[in-house]
Design a protein around this ligand. Structure first.
Ligand code: 13P
Length: 250
């Protein structure tokens, strides 16, 4: 059987609802040219989710959100719950992105609560982990990633995706070399196997950080990189779909 890949677009705080609708239509058109062993998902801003979900219904492109709050409902002004997202037929929710950790001070414990809330509503969390440049230079990459993963995964199930996003590679044009990324992905795979047994083999481990059509193939052919979480390049339908097209066959 062909190796399965997952390519996810994280639109971050970009696109109004009408701009989002235009972009989704382009992606749906271009997706026809992409092999079926490459699954595709997009994560637009909250305000575009309803409209994009309607446009994607009946296609094989999945949709997710970029955050949630773990409370079920109630006095949490400005927040969105897992069940609100599930009601829109969403499949994924990105959690623990480094922009949320850094700008909005999210810590491992809060992210853990969010993962549990997502899974309790049958959403698949995409847990983002990654080291700063200082941590990499101090030789602490694997220790940082290990702590982020183990704290997040304490008593959760294997319905999840991991995204390794070195913080120094996000939006900077600097990519981890395929070998650097593979080393971390292998480490993550081993943690997943230890935690979930054979089910850990089926969990996608995406690479994120300046992934583009011209560097995607060399990253995606690494044995433990099974997809990508794409920021900037996911805002243009052609470059997003060309990343998906770069996934090796078989
Ligand atoms: P860029 O692809 O813009 O570097 O962003 C990566 C990212 O943060 C995806 O979540």
């Amino acid at each position: 059987m062909d190796r399965q890949y997952l390519i996810v677009g994280n639109w971050k705080m970009n696109k109004t609802p009408s701009q989002s609708a235009d972009l989704v239509k382009e992606i749906v058109d271009l997706r026809r040219g992409i092999a079926s062993h490459v699954a595709i998902a997009i994560c637009p801003p909250f305000t575009s989710l309803d409209r994009c979900a309607a446009l994607l219904s009946g296609t094989d492109i999945a949709i997710g959100a970029q955050n949630l709050y773990f409370g079920k409902e109630g006095a949490f002004t400005g927040e969105i719950s897992a069940s609100m997202l599930k009601d829109l037929d969403l499949k994924y929710v990105i959690l623990g992105h480094s922009e949320r950790r850094t700008i909005f001070h999210e810590n491992n414990e809060l992210i853990h609560q969010k993962i549990k809330a997502a899974q309790a509503s049958q959403l698949t969390p995409i847990l983002c982990v990654g080291e700063t440049l200082n941590e990499r230079e101090a030789g602490q990459t694997l220790a940082t990633i290990g702590e982020q993963i183990l704290s997040a995964l304490n008593s959760v199930d294997s319905n999840l995706v991991i995204a390794y996003e070195p913080i120094w590679a996000i939006g900077t044009g600097k990519t981890a070399t395929p070998e650097m990324a593979q080393e971390v992905h292998r480490f993550i795979r081993e943690l997943l196997l230890k935690q979930f047994g054979e089910n850990g083999q089926r969990i996608h481990i995406l690479y994120g950080g300046s992934m583009k059509p011209d560097n995607a193939a060399s990253l995606l052919k690494q044995p433990d990189i099974t997809g990508g979480l794409i920021g900037g390049a996911s805002l243009v339908a052609e470059s997003f779909v060309n990343i998906a097209a770069a996934a090796p066959n078989g």
